[in-house]
Design a protein around this ligand. Structure first.
Ligand code: SF4
Length: 316
């Protein structure tokens, strides 16, 4: 709730703080048990920072992150160590996130040993089981990462995350580095594992079609804030925020009867160190009005669990 992550900007010989990069600027959402929350937006909007901050890989500026009744942001070192197995991360690049000097079995099992998940006697069988669950042949156990394709490496990353029996997995662009033909296999594997293990996912992606496929609820981020959030079907059928509409208009629709006018956004995403006043999207919004420059639109629920931050909504 109200997650904020501001990075100080240092300058000069004495490295004084001269401003802040407002990477995440007050973001709140829930992820249900066994559900997927999809977080979308252009690069630089703060979605990766949210994932990393949830895991305390980077420290929050303020806010709360409640997991099983405990606030991750308030945890001290020992509590954090106990929490680690419950929240795992899968990164975008399956090539650099695996140690090339370690065989697959050790990569998957390293943290299992560290956290004493199973006894020494059961360790190998435990790792083999996880590998099977992730569609990896058991004789891969002694092979090294360079012997595998991108898709198989991402399966190894998923197996490594699963080995600790997490309840939440933060998946940051987990299929963006893979060939399109392999993407579906990895996403389907994630869905199967979710069903089998009642896993929750925070699924971060810039790819709306992938997010549509896997998510239960979707949040759209722009420059450190959520601008729209709704159950998946509602968001994709009835997008309301001009930014969401623009993102959706760029996705090809495989139905010749559905014609969506492409909305081209002018300009780049502004700097989070110096975000525009009022609605941060006003510099690129085709519908901006004078009020948009002055007043920050409230992020409000307009029914059907559909929340939107746009002044136009109050005129409807
Ligand atoms: Fe566009 Fe104004 Fe709505 Fe922002 S508040 S999205 S600038 S219409």
């Amino acid at each position: 709730r109200n997650m904020v992550k501001h990075y100080p900007i240092k300058a000069g010989v004495f490295q004084h703080t001269v401003g802040h990069v407002k990477s995440v600027d007050g973001v709140s959402f829930n992820i249900g048990r066994g559900k997927t929350f999809g977080l979308v937006g252009e690069s630089g909007c703060g979605k990766t920072t949210i994932g990393r901050t949830l895991l305390r890989l980077t420290e929050p500026t303020s806010g709360e992150a409640i997991l099983n009744g405990k606030d991750i942001f308030k945890m001290k070192k020992r509590e954090l160590k106990e929490m680690r197995p419950h929240v795992q991360m899968i990164f975008q690049d399956p090539y650099s996130s695996l140690d090339p000097r370690m065989p697959v079995g050790e990569i998957i099992g390293e943290a299992v040993k560290e956290h004493n998940i199973v006894s020494k006697a059961d360790y190998r069988d435990y790792v083999l089981n996880i590998m099977e669950d992730c569609g990896l042949r058991t004789y891969y156990i002694d092979r090294y990462p360079h012997e595998f394709s991108g898709g198989q490496r991402q399966r190894i990353c998923i197996a490594r995350a699963l080995a600790l029996n997490p309840s939440l997995i933060v998946a940051d662009e987990p299929v963006s580095a893979l060939d399109v033909s392999i993407q579906a296999q990895v996403i389907n594997l994630m869905r199967d594992l979710q069903e089998k293990r009642n896993l929750s996912y925070l699924f971060i992606s810039h790819d709306l079609s992938v997010v549509e496929y896997i998510s239960d609820v979707v949040g759209v981020m722009y420059l450190g804030n959520l601008v729209e959030m709704a159950p998946k079907k509602e968001l994709f059928k009835n997008p309301q925020h001009p930014y969401t509409k623009a993102l959706l208009s760029a996705v090809p629709i495989p139905d010749p009867d559905v014609k969506m006018k492409r909305i081209i956004l002018e300009g780049d995403i502004p700097s989070p160190a110096n975000p525009p006043s009022g609605c941060k999207f006003h510099t690129r919004c085709p519908y901006a009005k004078p009020i948009c420059k002055e007043k920050v639109p409230e992020f409000k629920d307009y029914g059907n669990d559909h929340q939107i931050a746009c002044h136009l909504m109050d005129e409807k």
